[in-house]
Design a protein around this ligand. Structure first.
Ligand code: ATP
Length: 235
């Protein structure tokens, strides 16, 4: 579904991503792991056109999207939930969710999806008319994910969905990801929380200093203390 071939991202002279090739097949959850500064955020940001790709090629459903602007990528069904739960703090939960659907032209299906996600995230129904800034960190993360889902993606990339959240909320977010997978969504998830992410992922890539240093089945990586220690510093 998503294919990156030899993708690089540069910020001036800094090479954040160096020739990464990666695939995500339809229906998979793929984990993108690696230490701080490895280039994970730069990579997913470049895929959706938030930062420019300096070299290489990105295809989505067989179409070259390397230079397509972000709105065009969202309209094709690929959405990113950025790091740090970027919700519109001054707007209500309802307004945030409607903005997620801004590129859609199917009001009936949009309304149906809104109801589906309010059932999936009941806390958002409860807080529907509240300003997003009054939500807790976990609630804002759920709003960020639900807002991304409102764009009706076929594939969702999540950048550090568990960052800064209490363990109970993290478990809930990971459970929700499995529910989304059951409903047919394909996902690429950037996570610091490697062992937890591997527990619900099909495959994993590990980035270090902008390059892929490991790729394989999530269960193989999780089962090997040696690999976990070598690539992620946790055995
Ligand atoms: P983290 O988990 O800390 O977000 P990461 O793996 O997502 O790390 P990136 O945020 O992509 O890594 O950063 C990769 C490299 O690019 C780092 O050296 C970082 O300092 C640099 N970098 C990231 N964004 C910019 C920017 N806007 N301008 C210049 N350098 C940047």
């Amino acid at each position: 579904m998503l294919s990156l071939s030899d993708v690089s991202v540069n910020y001036g002279v800094i090479q954040a991503v160096r020739g990464v090739s990666l695939n995500v097949e339809e229906g998979e959850i793929v984990a993108l792991l690696g230490p701080n500064g490895a280039g994970k955020t730069s990579l997913v940001s470049s895929v959706v056109g938030i930062v420019p790709v300096s070299g290489g090629r990105v295809t989505f459903k067989g179409e070259d999207i390397t230079r397509v602007p972000v709105e065009g990528i969202v309209a094709r069904g690929l959405t990113l939930t950025p790091e740090g739960r970027r919700v519109f703090a001054g707007l209500s939960v309802a307004e945030n969710l409607r903005l997620g659907a801004a590129t859609r032209k199917d009001p009936v299906a949009t309304e149906r999806d809104l109801n589906t996600y309010l059932d999936m995230f009941p806390i958002l129904k409860e807080r529907y008319h509240q300003t997003a800034s009054t939500l807790s960190g976990g609630e804002q993360q759920m709003l960020a994910i639900a807002r991304a889902l409102m764009s009706a993606p076929t594939m969702l990339m999540l950048d550090e969905p568990s960052l800064g959240l209490a363990p109970r909320i993290v478990d809930r977010i990971f459970e929700l990801m499995l529910e989304m997978k059951k409903s047919g969504l394909t996902m690429l998830v950037v996570e610091q929380n490697a062992s937890e992410a591997l527990a619900f992922s099909d495959r994993a890539y590990v980035l270090a200093s902008g390059s892929v240093v490991y790729e394989g089945a999530a269960k193989d990586l999780a089962a090997s203390d040696q690999l976990m220690e070598a690539y992620l510093g946790t055995g």
